[in-house]
Design a binder for this molecule. Structure first.
Ligand code: NDP
Ligand code: 8X3
Length: 257
């Protein structure tokens, strides 16, 4: 049975979708385990949400690329709050824009280690605690880039196609257990994502010029909706784009002059 106040672990809770999801789920009475590399941000968020909503929250630094770091984070969080029900394996990034044959090792490794290995490590560490709690919901954060590749984004797109495969596989493997598996796959969303990818605030801003992209809160709302549905319903995959983006890539976007 879904508990009245589920305990939800979110990676990448220091910004963007992860932070917005923490805010929304806290307002719905969830207890939270929040992780990211920027400890001061997740600590401040946890303190704010405890004060605002009377929930319990645990915040800890985690680098999802590192097995020991992830395992320590998940264990400490689940033990501190007394269980684990929801997992939002959200931490991820794009690093640069490169032709497949030109990508530097640093960008290649950053994306594959964070977006694929980090997600597997998070779920692998969390699943025993979710099973022990008797009810659960695992969220992957995919992307439209997991449905349609685009030039100069080959490795990022590969990582998100990988998320699609992992979500499908995990759903097959968990069938029969009281654990749902959902992939939320957004299109263009204004978070710190473009700044991290491009390293230049002006270029990041220009990406969304003249259109209204998704915000972190929009993606959080998709997660909340899927999470609160009656428990016999599983949303497998939820592709969400802003109205101004008609294609999975930026091939067809509506920009005002
Ligand atoms: P942000 O850059 O705003 O947030 C990314 C989060 O991931 C931060 O909290 C960052 O925290 C965390 N993170 C990155 N690397 C690590 C790591 N090694 N260990 C732990 N945490 C890490 O981007 P978004 O919120 O937009 O991105 C969240 C997810 O959504 C990503 O998987 C991204 O690929 C995906 N996505 C984004 C879209 C967009 O257009 N914005 C569209 C579709 C999908 P810190 O730096 O403190 O570690
Ligand atoms: C992020 C969306 O279009 O930049 O996943 O790849 S896109």
């Amino acid at each position: 049975m879904r508990p009245d106040h589920p305990i939800v672990l979110i990676t990448g809770a220091s910004a963007g979708f992860g932070e917005a999801t923490a805010r929304l789920l806290a307002s719905r009475g969830c207890h939270l385990i929040l992780g990211a590399r920027r400890l001061e941000r997740v600590q401040a968020l946890a303190a704010e949400l405890i004060a605002a909503h009377g929930i319990r929250a645990f915040a800890c630094a985690v680098d999802t690329r590192d097995t020991a770091s992830v395992e320590a984070f998940v264990k400490a969080g689940a033990e501190a709050l007394g269980g684990l029900h929801g997992v939002v394996a959200n931490a991820g990034l794009a690093s640069g824009l490169h032709k497949v044959w030109e990508i530097p090792d640093a960008d290649l490794e950053a994306m594959l280690r964070t977006n694929v290995e980090g997600v597997v490590k998070t779920i692998r560490a969390a699943l025993p605690f979710v099973r022990q709690s008797g009810w659960g919901h695992i969220f992957f954060i995919g992307s439209t880039a997991g449905h349609q590749a685009y030039e100069n984004g080959g490795v990022y797109c590969a990582s998100k196609h990988g998320i699609k495969a992992l979500a499908h596989t995990l759903r097959l493997e968990l069938c029969g257990e009281p654990i749902r598996v959902t992939s939320v796959d957004p299109g263009m969303a204004e978070t710190e994502f473009a700044l991290v990818r491009l390293g230049d605030p002006a270029k990041a801003k220009a990406l969304y010029q003249g259109l209204q992209p998704l915000a972190g809160a929009d993606v959080a709302e998709c997660i909340r909706w899927a999470f609160e549905l009656p428990e016999h319903i599983n949303i497998d995959e939820l592709i969400v784009k802003c109205r101004d983006q008609a294609s999975h890539t930026m091939a067809k976007v509506n920009r005002k002059a």
